[in-house]
Write a protein that binds this ligand. Structure first.
Ligand code: B12
Ligand code: SF4
Length: 633
């Protein structure tokens, strides 16, 4: 369970491949579908009953009422009081006659919602329960059935109502949260093995347990699979994945559970150090899963030794064993992904290369995700031939008719962008696309920018990293800041949209250098229509920065074995740089610069908003034309 806005790619590509080999394989989409299920009336009704249990204590304690009320208001981005005001007014017989007059309706609902303070929300919610659940269900259905086909304002109105469902879950399971950008979130569980083990059976704070019990386990019991593969891409999927694994094991401990995905590749070396976790699964696979998963099924079927499955760690007689075969998958052998549930006009992800053609930025470990060897170098077998990519796009268009394709490559080269744009220009089968890419010199040509834009290139995410040339040179970014201003101007003229990633706290960065990043965004924010983020520096154990620590005068504190993240605690000799300082600067800059971001940032997380704005642009609607009419944020 990761993101409400877009289906995951890895498992869809894996499914297509394994199916093509002739295996009887089923694909349960528990990412986007989980959001639509959890925010349904069927699930929210019993969840609201849990909130109701608190009413006794809350009625005796104002602070408890205010606590719960704050969650309901703020988790919903203020949508809850507005929906409640609508419900309260509808109960009045005279309201019918003024409802259609917006000059009366708007100030009236504003007035009523302003009276619903934190200590009153719970009572109002319980008295308007029927109305609230009906409205959330109506919005869920509309989004499910029409999704990106809806005009942006209509989509947002229903999305906003859906946030009231999110707030009900958040209030019932506080401090766990359902985050529409990250999935399972909040502060109930940390990242230590003990936290994960506690989380998987904790019905008080894990909202997925009743969901899996109702939606997934009956299917497992009916179909009784021999093998279940569970995919994890991001950190926030740890609890959802292990909860599912644990619950499947509780149905039948003989079902072989294998874990895979980018996060598993990243953390395999830590997972093997934590045998208690292995009570919940049997094996894990690093890197691309196509060949390895197929081989695993084959060997389990024939009951032969798993040691020959490529890139595997597996459990045997209580021991965790590393397979003897290392295998680099050739991405040219991958299949076009098959998505089981695509909502109308949804954007779809596609990968053309699992490496990065640049691959030299010192903090970066992204391209490791696509390989079992942690090697970030670009190799031919990690880059799919252009004709295959174009065929993938054609197939996706014919099968699912997405509004656009979002390339997930760590960095799509200008040459690739041009090839795809050329093909779009040549054929009538145009497929708009976005990507993660670099501010290469090629974009200094306005003509080039205009050509790729007319060939369907919408833009996407760019890592610039710093507003200081000195820091970008330390990073080895290979980008000249004086080029960037011209490139941004060209993008603006050509209608290419950008979102810029940056980092503060690199070793060697002074406060003055960091301030240059702040000034960069302040000065150029108008040209960054998809927004920007200022991240703190994470020094990850398997990043080039950690491997080259002495060169950067970095002192790293090893991460304890039971922690399932790679981020180390670090100090820089003779400088003030530390994770805490970097985090503080990132938060302070982000707060101060937030006024330059799209107003929708207040209700949609930055990654999801970027995808939403890209999808609208693909429909011809510019970010600046998307208003928050119909709701107040
Ligand atoms: C596309 C992408 C996104 C997209 C879509 C994410 C999605 N839900 O699909 C968007 C823009 C939404 C996004 C958002 C975020 N992302 Co992101 N994202 C990526 C990116 C660039 C590509 C992932 C991908 O699709 N790869 C291509 C597919 C084909 O590969 P794959 O998933 O690994 O699948 C293969 C294998 O792993 C394996 N496999 C997969 N499943 C299984 C299952 C089994 C059983 C087996 C055997 C094998 C197997 O086989 C597959 C086919 O070969 C990666 C970086 C990278 N280059 O990997 C970051 C990355 C995953 N994202 C990251 C982060 C941090 C985020 C955000 C938290 C950012 C933010 N601050 O909001 C959010 C979180 C959103 C979320 N919860 O998903 C981090 C995760 C780090 C971590 N440890 O958690 C990464 C690694 C980038 C980074 N280094 O910072 N992201
Ligand atoms: S930060 Fe971007 S450009 Fe640099 S190596 Fe990583 S993926 Fe490539």
């Amino acid at each position: 369970m990761a993101n409400f806005f877009i289906p995951s790619l890895g498992s869809a590509r894996l499914y297509a491949y394994v199916k093509k080999q002739g295996y009887n394989v089923q694909f349960q989409e528990l990412n986007q579908n989980a959001f639509f299920d959890l925010l349904s009336r069927e699930y929210l009704e019993p969840t609201l009953e849990r909130v109701q249990w608190s009413v006794d204590s809350a009625s005796r304690n104002r602070f408890m009422r205010e606590d719960l009320g704050s969650t309901l208001i703020h988790s919903s981005g203020n949508a809850m009081p507005q929906l409640l005001a609508e419900g309260i007014l509808r109960d009045k017989s005279w309201y019918k006659s003024v409802r259609s007059v917006s000059a009366v309706k708007t100030p009236l609902s504003k007035f009523v919602s302003s009276k619903i303070k934190p200590d009153k929300v719970l009572y109002a919610l319980l008295s308007e329960k029927e109305f609230v659940l009906t409205e959330i269900e109506r919005s869920r259905k509309i989004l499910d059935e029409q999704y990106m086909r809806l005009a942006p304002e209509v989509f947002l109105q229903h999305y906003y109502t859906l946030l009231c469902g999110k707030a009900i879950i958040d209030a019932a399971y506080y401090p766990t949260q359902i985050d529409l950008g990250l999935g399972f979130y909040g502060t109930a569980f940390g990242v230590a093995t003990a936290d994960i083990i506690r989380a998987v059976t904790d019905e008080r704070y894990n909202f997925l347990i009743p969901y899996y019990r109702k939606k997934v386990l009956p299917q497992v019991k009916a179909e009784h699979p021999d093998v279940v593969g569970i995919s994890m891409t991001c950190q926030s999927e740890l609890v959802p994945a292990f909860t599912l694994a644990q619950m499947i094991k509780s149905v039948d401990p003989n079902i072989h559970i294998v874990l895979g995905g980018g996060l598993v590749t990243e953390l395999a070396y830590r997972m093997v150090k934590n045998p208690p976790l292995w009570e919940m699964f049997d094996s894990l696979i690093e890197g691309p899963g196509e060949v390895a998963f197929t081989e695993l099924i084959e060997r389990l079927e024939k009951k032969t030794d798993l040691g020959g499955v490529p890139n595997i760690f597996y459990k045997q007689k209580g021991k965790i064993i590393k397979g003897e075969k290392l295998y680099e998958f050739d991405i040219n052998e991958a299949c076009t992904p098959e998505f089981p549930a695509v909502r109308p006009k949804s954007p779809l992800p596609l990968e053309t290369s699992s490496a990065c053609y640049w691959g030299r930025c010192v903090f970066c470990y992204y391209p490791q995700q696509g390989t079992p060897t942690y090697d970030t170098k670009a190799q031919q077998k990690r880059t799919r031939r252009t004709e295959l990519v174009l065929a993938d796009m054609k197939e996706l268009k014919e099968k699912y008719n997405p509004v656009c394709i979002g390339f997930t490559d760590s960095s799509l080269s200008p040459k690739r962008i041009e090839d795809i744009a050329n093909e779009n220009l040549r054929t009538k089968n145009r497929m708009k696309f976005s990507a993660l890419f670099r501010m290469e010199r090629t974009f200094k040509s306005l003509e080039f920018c205009q050509k790729v834009a007319s060939g369907g290139f919408i833009g996407g995410h760019v890592g610039l990293e710093s507003g200081s040339q000195k820091v970008n040179d330390i990073i080895n970014k290979g980008v000249k800041l004086k080029d960037v201003e011209l490139i941004l101007e060209n993008f603006h003229k050509a209608g290419i949209l950008v979102h810029v990633f940056s980092i503060v706290g690199m070793p060697g960065e002074t406060d003055k250098d960091a301030m240059e990043t702040f000034d960069f965004f302040k000065r150029l924010h108008k040209q960054l229509e998809l927004g920007f983020v200022v991240y703190p520096l994470y020094v990850l154990e398997h990043s080039p920065l950690a491997y080259r620590a002495p060169e950067f005068k970095l002192k790293l504190t090893p991460v304890p074995d039971d922690i399932l993240v790679q981020a180390t605690d670090y100090r820089v000799e003779g400088a003030e740089t530390s994770p805490a300082k970097s985090m503080m600067t990132s938060i302070s800059y982000s707060e101060q610069l937030s006024r330059y971001l799209h107003p929708l940032n207040r209700v949609i997380d930055i990654e999801s908003l970027t995808m939403f704005l890209i999808a609208q642009k693909a429909k011809g609607i510019e970010p600046g034309k998307i208003h928050d009419r119909g709701f107040k944020i």
